[in-house]
Each structure stands twice: as structure tokens, then as C-alpha cells.
Design a protein around this ligand. Structure first.
Ligand code: MCA
Ligand code: AMP
Length: 506
């Protein structure tokens, strides 16, 4: 059960059919399969073996996909990285994952050149740039590529296929090891649930460095034999025009994307006769957005629920009449969920508790963090940190109501306050900080910080602190609002009262 082998078998079935349309070119299933083989050859020549980690720091494009598939073909693990990460973040991911190879481009490499020189075991190779398809032989540092197919698929089942970094509860990100079994079982379950076939045309606007864009959308489409129209990044007007022009049948987005599409709806009003299914996930879809979207477009968005550590967990049914606002639906095939009290007791249907998850979708653990891995499992169940209840009147349909984990989700990106607090507190004028989320119409939630300075008369202002934070954190993690306080509100136990901060500033 190697994901790349399964996708290569699909490529034989779908052959010369268009698999991906990107940047003015069409790539057939066989084109992608051949490129994966060539890149696998390059990786082998670089000495990459089963279990090695290969980090991909590239703009959205075909090379990202080829290298990822090539990794899986030879048993290596992909470490996908957001090109917008700071040098500090990238250096940490490379060193924590112990990557043997970094595939990047010169422009992105410039920011990490110095800090990664100390990593003696890390090789770097450069693509031609801008996500365009450069043949592996054009990759600088590649050497002469042999004309042979080196794919032996030595990994499978519970072997790691990817390490996806999720924001960390204690400040530093944790690398979630996702196995071939996780990917294959979830891909098949989604295909069945969403009636995904070769007749589908998927418009892809999400980043490739996260589970949503790479695993759910791209793996799924390659397996189902559907055609992907891929945009470098999300642009609402271009998206609305493409839905009509390319006769798109399937679209996946986070709520912020749907919110922005509605903003431009009246001026564009695309003909959606070909459209079959709009899917939303990664963050809560408000009832208001669900209803406004239906009112304006005639489509009920199908909401599903997932997390990096468990891939996709639940989904609303395909039948639009069975899609309920506020509900994330039912467990996928092969996935079990239960709702537990804080004391670890299963609660009665209808009562709120933490969602626990079990099944082939659940990850192997955090890379090199056995303690953190043990902490997130309880008797074989993954504790999601999400709060919800199951409706006893509706076949135990799941509704999410909040989170027990201190997490901010902004536009589908996760941010743990601790990571932001650590960055702010690196400034020598800062005494302490408390980071919290406030509602935001566009992003769902926005990152905000209360800051206490060491000396009240310090000249440090919000602008200077924002610039300083940028050195350590990528843009979406940086506070959109900074509030300077004389002290932080604390309860009798001395714990900072973030709820009070939220009330003070909302
Ligand atoms: C961009 N910016 C943001 C965000 N995105 N700020 C807060 N929250 C965000 N989500 C900031 C940038 O730092 C930048 O500011 C400015 O906005 C413009 O950046 P740009 O790249 O042009 O942003 P955009 O195109 O407007 O992006 C909005 C977006 C994007 C399309 C909604 O955030 C996005 O693609 N989100 C999806 C993330 C995703 O795929 N999540 C799935 C995780 P400055 O210039 O100051 O730096 S996987 C997951 O959650 C599980 C498995 C699941 O269930 O799916
Ligand atoms: P990540 O760590 O990026 O994989 O994000 C996982 C988290 O996103 C989950 O634990 C949930 O808190 C949240 N999430 C994903 N899908 C949904 C959804 N449909 N509704 C509410 N929250 C969601």
C-alpha cells in the first residue's frame, strides 16, 4: 500500500487524459507519472533512501508535485514548507526533521543560506524557479540523470510518507508523521463520500504545502482521474471566471475563500451549470456564510472536518438536502469518533465534550517527540482538542462548538499563541505578552496580542514591535493588533485570563 504506486496505476488507466492544467500548459496523467520517475532517479542519485526526509521549499507549481511523488516512489518522506516562512522557521523545520535534501529555488534560498550552512548533512538542489516545469536534468546540482525508472516503492503501510509541521502548543512546531496507510485509506474514503470521478474538473487554489491542498485535493484528483485546473494562488475574481470558463465541477476552499468569493459575486455572476460541489474545511464555516452562499449561488456548501494528525475525519453527505448549517457531518468510512468529558468518560449523545478519533486515518505520532505523541493519545484514541456533540436525533451527526486547545485559526491557518508570545518576548523591551484570537469577518479569527513592557516609558511602539516580530514569524502568525497594557489580567491562581482580554478588546 504505497500511495505513489497506487497513483502510478491510476496514471496508466487515465493515460493521456489531462491531469493538471497549470500556467498555460497541460500535463497528462502519464506526463506526471514520467516526471515522478525522472525526479525519483535524481533523488536516488543524490543518495536519498527509504526513510530519508526531503524538504520542499518551492512556490506552488508542478515541480512541487513531481518531487513529492518522487519521494513517495522511493520511500522518502516529504517535508512540505511554506515559502513565506521566515529563515528562523525554515531552519527549525530542516533541523528538526533532519532533512537530507532541500529542494528549493535560489530566490527562496537566499534567506536561509547562512543559517543552514551549519547543517553538514543537508544537501541542497535548485529548480529553475517560479514553479515552472523544469526537467530534472536542468536542476542545478543534479548532475547527469540516468534514463532508467528507479521506482521500487519500498515504503508502505505504516511507513511515514510525509512530515507536516503543525503549530506547537509549547512554542515550537511539531512534525506530524503521516503514513501511506493514512493517505490511502482517507483518499479512498473521500472519493466514495464525495462521488469523485474522472468526470470531475477541480479548480485548485489552495497552497500545496498543507494537507488540504496537497493530500485532500491533489492526491484525490490524481486517484479519481479528474482534471485539475491549478492556480498559483487564490484570486477571487479569477476563481469566479475560471469556474465558468473551465466548466469546473468541484471546488475546495477555506471559509475565508468563500467569504471573498461572495464579495465579488454580484459583479461576476458566473454560469455554474457544470458545477457539482463546493467543499469547505480547515476552519468553522459560519451559518451566516453557509446561508448567504446558498442564497446567492444556489449551492449548499458541503462542510467537512479534519486535522493534520487525522486527515479528514467527518463530512456532510453528498445529498444537498442532508447538508446542515453548522454541522460537519458524519465519520468517514473507516473512521470512528467518540465524545469524551475532560475526565476521560464517554458522554451521552447530545452532550458537549472533546472529539476523540480512531481509525486508519490517524497519524503515527510526532517526529522525535514520543512524549508529545503519548500525550495526545488516550487508550488508542487521538484527542483532537476540538469540542463538539453528536445529535441523537440525526444519526449522531457531529457539530463542533469550540476548542479545548488554545488555538487560533486565521483564514484556515493554525496559530498557537505560545509561538507568537515567544517571538514577541524576544524583544528586550518586552516583559510579557498574551496572545489571543478575536473574531474577524474575513479571516474568521485574527491574531491579537496584549503586551506589557519592562519599562512603562519605553519608546517601543506597535509598529517597531511588529517589524521585530516579522524576523521570527511568517505574516499570517504576526499579530494584526497589539495592545499595550500596564499588566496582564490574572486569576487567583496567577493564570492569565485570556477570556477577559478577548472581552476587553472585542
Ligand atoms: C494571508 N495573510 C493572512 C492569511 N493569509 N493573515 C492572516 N491569516 C491568513 N490566513 C496575510 C499575509 O501575511 C499578507 O500580509 C497578506 O495577508 C496578503 O498575503 P497573501 O498571500 O496575498 O494572502 P491571501 O492570498 O489573501 O491569502 C488568503 C487565503 C490564504 C487565500 C485565505 O490564507 C489561504 O490560502 N488559506 C488556506 C490555508 C490552508 O490551506 N489551510 C489548510 C491547513 P503581509 O503582506 O503583511 O505579510 S490543513 C488543515 O487545516 C486541516 C487538515 C483541514 O481540515 O484542512
Ligand atoms: P490543522 O492543525 O491545520 O490540521 O487544523 C486542524 C484544526 O482545524 C482542527 O483541529 C479544527 O480545530 C479545525 N478545523 C478543521 N476543519 C474544521 C471545520 N470544518 N470546522 C471547524 N474547525 C475545523
Amino acid at each position: 500500500m504505497n500511495l505513489a504506486k497506487i497513483l502510478s496505476e491510476s496514471a496508466v488507466v487515465f493515460g493521456e487524459k489531462a491531469a493538471v492544467l497549470f500556467s498555460g500548459r497541460t500535463y497528462s496523467f502519464l506526463d506526471i507519472d514520467r516526471s515522478a520517475a525522472q525526479y525519483a532517479c535524481l533523488l536516488k542519485q543524490k543518495g536519498i533512501e527509504k526513510g530519508d526526509r526531503v524538504a520542499i521549499l518551492l512556490p506552488k507549481g508542478m515541480e512541487f508535485l513531481f518531487i513529492h511523488l518522487a519521494n513517495l516512489c522511493i520511500g522518502a518522506m516529504t517535508v512540505p514548507l511554506n515559502p513565506a516562512y521566515t529563515a528562523d522557521e525554515i531552519t527549525y523545520f530542516l533541523s528538526d526533521s533532519g532533512a537530507s535534501l532541500l529542494v528549493t529555488e535560489q530566490e527562496l534560498f537566499a534567506k536561509i543560506d547562512m543559517p543552514i550552512r551549519k547543517m553538514k548533512n543537508l544537501q541542497t538542489i535548485f529548480t529553475n524557479g517560479k514553479g515552472q516545469d523544469s526537467s530534472p536534468s536542468l536542476i542545478s546540482g543534479a548532475g547527469k540523470i540516468k534514463a532508467e525508472d528507479p521506482r521500487d516503492y519500498p515504503a508502505g503501510g505504516d511507513d511515514g510518507a510525509m512530515i507536516c509541521y503543525t503549530s506547537g502548543t509549547t512554542g515550537r512546531s511539531k512534525g506530524a508523521v503521516i503514513t501511506h496507510r493514512n493517505l490511502v485509506s482517507n483518499m479512498k474514503a473521500l472519493q466514495e463520500t464525495w462521488g469523485w470521478t474522472e468526470a470531475d474538473r477541480l479548480l485548485h487554489v489552495l497552497p500545496l504545502f498543507h494537507v488540504h491542498g496537497l493530500v485532500v485535493a491533489m492526491h484525490g484528483a490524481l486517484h479519481a482521474g479528474s482534471t485539475v485546473v491549478m492556480h498559483e494562488k487564490f484570486d477571487p475574481v479569477r476563481t469566479l471566471k475560471t469556474l465558468e470558463q473551465e466548466k469546473i465541477t468541484l471546488f475546495m476552499g477555506v471559509p475565508t475563500i468563500y467569504h471573498r468569493l461572495l464579495h465579488h459575486w454580484e459583479t461576476e455572476r458566473p454560469d455554474l451549470r457544470a458545477m457539482r460541489l463546493f467543499i469547505s474545511g480547515s476552519a468553522p464555516l459560519s451559518d451566516h456564510l453557509f446561508m448567504e452562499f446558498e442564497e446567492k449561488t444556489g449551492f449548499r456548501i458541503l462542510e467537512r472536518y479534519g486535522m493534520t494528525e487525522a486527515q479528514m475525519i467527518t463530512s456532510n453527505p453528498l445529498n444537498p438536502d442532508r447538508r446542515a448549517p453548522g454541522s460537519v457531518g458524519y465519520p468517514l468510512l473507516g473512521v470512528s469518533i467518540k465524545i469524551f468529558s475532560p475526565e476521560g468518560k464517554a458522554v451521552k449523545a447530545g452532550e458537549v465534550g472533546e472529539v476523540w478519533v480512531k481509525g486508519d486515518n490517524v497519524f503515527k505520532g510526532y517526529w522525535n517527540m514520543p512524549q508529545k505523541t503519548a500525550e495526545c493519545f488516550q487508550e488508542g484514541w487521538l484527542q483532537s482538542g476540538d469540542l463538539g456533540y453528536q445529535d441523537p436525533e440525526d444519526d449522531l451527526r457531529l457539530y463542533l462548538v469550540g476548542r479545548s486547545k488554545e488555538l487560533i485559526i486565521s483564514g484556515g491557518y493554525n496559530i498557537y499563541p505560545k509561538e507568537v508570545e515567544s517571538a514577541l518576548e524576544k524583544h528586550r523591551a518586552v516583559n510579557e505578552t498574551a496572545v489571543f484570537g478575536l473574531p474577524d469577518e474575513d479571516f474568521g479569527e485574527k491574531v491579537c496580542a496584549a503586551v506589557v513592557l519592562k519599562q512603562e516609558n519605553s519608546s517601543l511602539d506597535a509598529e517597531e514591535l511588529a517589524v521585530f516580530t516579522r524576523k521570527y514569524l511568517t505574516g499570517y502568525k504576526c499579530p494584526k493588533k497589539l495592545f499595550f497594557l500596564k499588566s496582564l489580567p490574572r486569576n487567583a491562581m496567577g493564570k492569565i485570563e485570556k477570556e477577559r482580554l478577548r472581552k476587553m478588546f472585542s
